[in-house]
Design a protein around this ligand. Structure first.
Ligand SMILES: Cc1ncc(COP(=O)(O)O)c(C=O)c1O
Length: 512
């Protein structure tokens, strides 16, 4: 049977089996009901927020819609039921868990970052090691600092200059070399949309009976393409940056928990995760943001396949049209090693054959053609194609890239001062540096500030990361490899940005 039809039938089956009514959005509906009563002056507000249902929002901002501001509320007895201030939130979270194949889901308002940091607290293993693929996000390091755990880094697999999930053998070797390790934390897919053999990785983790945690911040929609993902491989915990591409408001995210690779629920305790989120989070979560998660879940449940097949179709169109244009290089998503693939909604493009870095190409596209990509990393420009993208927008992108390629930028003199890149891409020379102190110990140690040039062989006290996407070059507690300093300086020289050296200095452990 055709794969699409099969998936459609599966969804009907899931629909019939569901315990909860997915057509409801309890949090959103509860909020709207209360806001309507405020607007009708049936309720008089003596509670936060102070703008009183939007009336007090500054006029410049208010022009964007009083109705929207009237939904800006937080937990209130009148919105919820009885004495439980989270009643509707819990109902909405239960629906999300059911819709997305989790046992438990938490709605988050501080991005995927808070979910990731909370997962390390949830592991509850201070002083112990956790295996982490090195291409992790900054929030992982924050989680290490907070939890007192130590990273046992493994190298990502580099594919055409982009980091992807490490090979399963690399993980297996690290587990064998690290007795007492508390768990495995992977990032899949990466910011670029590259994903790897996560089912095989889960198999390795299962064999060693460890908890598997996955940063799936960019991967919530891969389920609509039948790509193996955290829920289907049975991860213990995974985090979605829901706001990134799934249609909720900025900052919103979800943390999901499953039965775990070993099928033994409870190795990561949902109660402990809830407490960790509470420690790290606000006590006044924006219901406006949370309700956007509730409503996006409902939309995805019923229309996710259609929404994302549109995005994938448009992505495929851009890649097809640009593939044969001389001077442009479309990332060869169809030629990746077995087990690896690329999110079909991502377009990854290099202008290097034209002698342009992606920072330069981004500038031309922004200023010459009003096109803003998601990000540029020097080599590649990344365009994230959304389910809400219009065909004409995609055509404009194709047209702009074609014009840049044909005329080398579309306008005369654009190239003055631009240089060809010297040499091929080299991954950061991490060599999985020596950890002298745990990230927490280094963070708490007396610190000194020195220039980047002097940093080689010192012990780092803070993170320095190549941005975007924010992958740490070194983490607190690591002895800084002088090769990495050189790599970072070369990145800066070629126009890249190093987060953590904003004032020209970096933080190291004093006297190291
Ligand atoms: C792989 C990855 N994980 C986590 C995050 C953090 O997400 P958020 O910005 O929602 O906190 C990001 C942010 O870009 C990311 O790229």
């Amino acid at each position: 049977m055709e794969e699409r039809k099969l998936r459609f039938l599966c969804r009907i089956f899931i629909f019939m089996k569901q315990k909860f009514d997915q057509s409801t959005a309890p949090l959103l509906e509860g909020l709207m009901k209360y806001a309507a009563r405020i607007r009708a002056r049936e309720m008089i507000q003596f509670h936060m927020p102070g703008h009183r249902g939007g009336k007090g929002i500054a006029p410049l901002f208010r022009q964007f819609g009083r109705d929207l501001f009237s939904l800006d509320l937080t937990e209130l007895r009148e919105i919820n039921y009885g004495n439980d201030p989270d009643f509707l939130l819990k109902a909405a979270e239960r629906l999300a868990a059911e819709a997305f194949g989790a046992q438990t889901s938490f709605f988050l308002v501080n991005g995927a970052s808070i979910g990731i940091a909370a997962s390390f607290l949830g592991l509850n293993a201070p002083g112990r090691e956790v295996i982490i693929s090195r291409d992790c996000h900054l929030s992982v390091i924050n989680g290490l600092i907070l939890s007192g755990m130590k990273p046992r880094f493994i190298s990502p697999r580099w594919i055409e200059g982009l980091p992807a999930l490490p090979a399963p053998e690399v993980l297996e070797e690290a587990i064998l070399e690290s007795p007492g390790v508390a768990g495995v934390f992977l990032t899949n897919p990466g910011y670029s949309g590259l994903y790897g053999p996560v089912a095989q990785m889960a198999g390795v983790v299962r064999k060693h009976n460890l908890p598997l945690l996955i940063d799936e911040a960019h991967g919530g929609h891969l389920r609509f393409f039948g790509v193996p993902e955290a829920a289907t491989v049975g991860a213990d915990l995974w985090v979605w940056g829901f706001h990134k591409m799934l249609g909720s408001l900025t900052q919103t995210a979800m943390l999901h928990m499953g039965n775990g690779v070993s099928g033994e629920p409870g190795r990561l305790d949902p109660q402990r995760i809830a407490e960790s989120l509470q420690i790290l989070g606000t006590t006044s979560p924006s219901y406006l943001l949370l309700a956007s998660l509730d409503s996006a879940r409902r939309e995805l449940f019923f229309h996710g396949e259609r929404m994302f097949s549109t995005a994938a179709r448009l992505g495929a169109k851009v890649r097809r049209e640009l593939r044969d244009i001389p001077g442009l290089r479309v990332f060869p998503a169809g030629e990746l090693p077995a087990g690896y693939g690329c999110d079909p909604t991502k377009v990854i493009l290099s202008f290097r054959p034209l002698g342009l870095s992606s920072w330069q190409a981004e500038e031309v596209l922004c200023h010459g053609f009003r096109i803003q990509p998601e990000y540029a990393d020097g080599d590649y420009l990344y365009f994230f194609i959304s389910y809400a993208q219009e065909e004409e927008e995609v055509d404009a992108l194709i047209q702009a890239c074609r014009r840049v390629a044909v005329s080398r930028c579309g306008e005369k003199d654009c190239f003055s001062g631009w240089q060809d890149r010297d040499g091929e891409f080299t991954p950061p020379p991490w060599h999985n540096g020596t950890l002298e102190l745990s990230p927490r110990e280094a963070f708490q140690a007396p610190a000194a500030h020195i220039s980047l040039e002097e940093a080689g062989d010192k012990i780092a006290a803070s993170v320095v990361a190549a941005y975007p996407p924010g992958i740490p070059l070194w983490v607190p507690g690591e002895r800084i490899n002088p090769d990495l300093v050189e790599w970072g300086r070369a990145l800066q020289k070629s126009g890249g940005y190093l987060r953590g050296v904003d004032t020209g200095t970096i933080k190291i452990v004093a006297g190291s």
